[in-house]
Design a protein around this ligand. Structure first.
Ligand SMILES: O=C(O)c1cccc(C(=O)CC[C@H]2O[C@@H](n3cnc4c(=O)[nH]cnc43)[C@H](O)[C@@H]2O)c1
Length: 219
């Protein structure tokens, strides 16, 4: 399978590549190759860089991967989340009666779904929570915001900043998408010293080691 893995930053791309076998990353056979790129932080950078990569070469699958915030208690720090939906959680309008997603305004979309069976198998292979991953442009930093997101998206597993952007670019090319997040911090009140980025990057590497056999399959 030809797989494109999009991370936000180089440290995440390095962890992904370190988890994959050299046979996949350096394959001379383009039909069985994984390309790992760091495309920038946030949904706009992620969409632009993914679209550029997909215009240059054909792929069978795009994976948005990196660290993320975990909703508690279902996604503790160090755990993994594989998305069953990639959701744009702050794309819409604020009103006196609360947030209105862009679809309720009559345009756009807020959700992309990965291939259900493949995503479920990936979650099982990784021992990951299989749940919605929210894409936000502003990192949650208060308990009130975390509670609001949880109430609008019951059962959400993680929050990050790129998945929906990667998915929009992939959808334009008709390429399926997956999102994998290694949890570095809890979604909630800002607590920078509590971040466990190193632990999450190690967990991300383990995720791609476990995912390798699935990526070697035919599309
Ligand atoms: O300064 C802060 O309080 C802060 C808290 C969480 C994340 C950041 C970032 O700037 C990292 C953005 C980067 O990492 C992913 N990420 C990691 N944790 C989260 C999160 O809780 N919410 C959203 N994104 C997160 C994200 O995908 C970016 O690539 C700063």
């Amino acid at each position: 399978m030809r797989v494109l893995v999009m991370t936000a930053v180089a440290a995440e791309a390095d962890s992904v590549a370190a988890g994959l076998s050299a046979a996949l990353v350096d394959s001379v056979d383009p039909a069985h190759r994984v390309v790992v790129l760091a495309g920038g932080v946030g949904p706009a950078a992620a969409a632009a860089s993914t679209a550029t990569a997909l215009a240059a070469s054909p792929y069978d699958l795009v994976i948005s991967a990196g660290i993320g915030g975990g909703f508690q208690p279902q996604a503790p720090v160090g755990s993994l989340v594989v998305a069953d939906a990639l959701v744009a959680a702050d794309l819409g309008a604020e009103t006196a009666d609360g947030f209105l997603p862009v679809v309720e305004l009559g345009f756009g979309r807020t959700t992309h779904r990965p291939p259900a069976a493949f995503a479920a198998r990936a979650a099982e292979a990784l021992g990951a929570l299989h749940a919605p991953v929210l894409t936000v442009s502003t990192v949650t930093g208060t308990a009130a915001r975390a509670a609001e997101l949880s109430s609008r998206h019951p059962g959400a597993g993680a929050e990050a900043m790129e998945g929906f952007g990667v998915a929009e670019a992939a959808a334009l090319q008709g390429v399926p998408v997956l999102e994998i997040r290694a949890i570095s911090n809890a979604v909630g009140p800002r607590d920078r010293p509590a971040w466990r980025v190193g632990e999450a990057l190690t967990s991300l590497k383990g995720a791609f080691r476990a995912l390798g056999p699935l990526l070697e399959e035919s599309p």
